[in-house]
Design a protein around this ligand. Structure first.
Ligand code: FES
Length: 104
């Protein structure tokens, strides 16, 4: 699954994601160290915040209330916000463009 990651300085990198990975892991493997993901993917830190292009919104899994609450703690939340550690890679995400949210 090919995914385009856009860093906080606007740099774009196209990566090939493997099934079973989360988008958070894909972004880290692509060398973006600005995605802190401090809790390591346990949905408890909100430092893996990304913006997902709206055309892909309905191809992502439903947001849990934990994810929703954590995103609420960010002043940078908008309608495209998700926590990337909660997004598994699936074939439906081919061509996904995901932007790393600026730090709070
Ligand atoms: Fe901590 Fe996603 S890595 S919530």
């Amino acid at each position: 699954t090919n995914i385009v990651v856009i860093g906080t300085s606007g740099n774009e990198v196209s990566v090939r994601a493997k099934p079973g990975q989360t988008i958070m892991e894909v972004i880290r493997d692509a060398g973006f160290d600005e995605l802190l993901s401090l809790c390591g993917g346990c949905c408890s830190c909100a430092t893996c915040h990304v913006y997902v292009d709206l055309e892909f919104a309905d191809r992502l899994g439903e947001m849990t209330s934990d994810e929703d609450d954590l995103l609420d703690s960010s002043s940078k939340r908008d309608g495209r916000s998700r926590l990337s550690c909660q997004l598994p890679v699936t074939p439906e995400l081919e061509g996904l463009r995901v932007t790393i949210a600026p730090e709070d």
